[in-house]
Design a protein around this ligand. Structure first.
Ligand code: NCD
Ligand code: ZN
Ligand code: ZN
Length: 357
């Protein structure tokens, strides 16, 4: 049970430790720099497989998992949950074998060309029908980057058109397939997920709860607020806030923390992705406090995700308190750095572990 006191100025809430159902940890020295921030807040995380080259086989996933565990600080109980990167050539037998052996918990569908490191993704869903049939049979969820790649479709419409052209048919063709629509950004997506909640869920990021498309151009172009799917109009942000704070079981936490070096964001063609691992729970707490819904933060952050994935909720607890606490502006990687999202809003909150598992 959560306890909260959102009516007074000194808002505070104690909740079961959350999990992050959508994380990019990258690899090598970037992973070493960003991993402690995710592991400090979350017990488990779905690790996205869009490395270069991508994590397409059980063997690659096992090796990647070992590198993550080796990079954790001594004593950390953080558990990475691995995912398979689907391609036109994915072998259904390897997908099933990795799921049955517990190497991975889900597979990720990147439409080829839709987002960062998606070049090797699926060019046409028809090409992976046998993989999807296998996943439906064994109860393995598919995680979707839900945007069409047709560049004649306006960038702000690519998620909605994905629902119309791709997702409706996918759910009909594979009625037993468990689906997560990742990082939803529109009112239409939230409504679609609600309407199909028996079969699917959706993650919602901190940034899509906090910024709209005008934020990206406030006073000039702000490359650090550029991610995919791109932030939409204000009414969509409000719809996402309503969904996240509603308590509905189909909506759960997924930060889509996506580190890129500052010089690659502040460029003529800047990368898509927002790095929020150090400020994630503070941002969610701020949003839920603003919506007078701190008493539903635990449901969104710590209960709905495990229920969807068929895992137990965590037993450790964390305390979030509206009390100034230091957050880093940037995370250094050698001579490079990665800018942290929303440090000002997040700095009003402190996050502390209260009851270890
Ligand atoms: C992600 C990344 O950088 O890996 N970028 C992003 O803008 N969200 C990829 C993704 O989740 O689409
Ligand atoms: Zn994505
Ligand atoms: Zn992502």
């Amino acid at each position: 049970m959560s306890s909260s006191d959102s009516t007074t100025k000194s808002a505070a809430v104690v909740i079961r430790q959350p999990d992050d159902w959508h994380v990019h940890l990258r690899d090598g020295e970037v992973m070493a720099a960003v991993l402690p921030h995710t592991a400090a807040q979350f017990a488990r995380a779905i690790v996205m497989p869009n490395l270069k080259p991508p994590v397409t086989t059980t063997a690659l996933a096992e090796a990647y998992r070992r590198r993550i565990l080796a990079a954790l600080q001594p004593g950390s109980r953080f558990q990475p949950l691995m995912t398979a990167y689907l391609t036109d050539n994915t072998d259904p037998a390897d997908i099933a074998d990795g799921f049955k052996r517990g190497v991975w918990v889900a597979a990720k569908l990147y439409p080829a060309g839709a987002t960062t490191n998606s070049q090797a993704g699926v060019t046409d869903i028809a090409r992976i029908h046998s993989v999807l049939a296998m996943m439906e049979k064994i109860g393995m969820p598919i995680l979707l980057h839900g945007e069409v790649t047709d560049h004649s479709v306006d960038i702000f419409d690519r998620e909605t058109v994905f629902l119309e052209r791709i997702l409706g048919k996918l759910l009909k063709d594979f009625p037993g397939l468990k689906v997560v629509l990742e990082h939803i950004t529109t009112a239409e997506a939230a409504d679609f997920v609600r309407a199909h909640a028996a079969q699917m869920g959706a993650t919602i990021t901190p940034h899509h709860l906090m910024i709209n498309r005008s934020s990206i151009f406030e006073g000039g172009v702000r490359p650090h607020l550029y991610c995919l799917p791109i932030a939409k109009r204000e009414h969509h942000r409000l719809a996402l806030r309503k969904a996240a704070t509603s308590g509905e079981a189909c909506f759960f936490l997924g930060t889509d923390t996506a580190p890129h070096f500052v010089h690659l964001k502040e460029a003529a063609c800047g990368c898509a992705g927002i790095f929020n691992a150090p400020t994630a729970m503070q941002c969610y707490a701020q949003v839920f406090a603003e919506e007078n819904a701190l008493d539903r933060l635990e449901t969104f952050a710590s209960l709905n995700g495990p229920r969807f994935y068929g895992m137990p909720a965590n037993t450790a607890q964390i305390r979030l308190e509206r009390k100034a606490a230091a957050v880093p502006e940037t995370v250094a990687v050698g001579n490079d750095s990665i800018l942290v999202f929303a440090t000002e809003a997040a700095g009003q909150w402190s996050v502390a572990e209260v009851v270890p598992a």
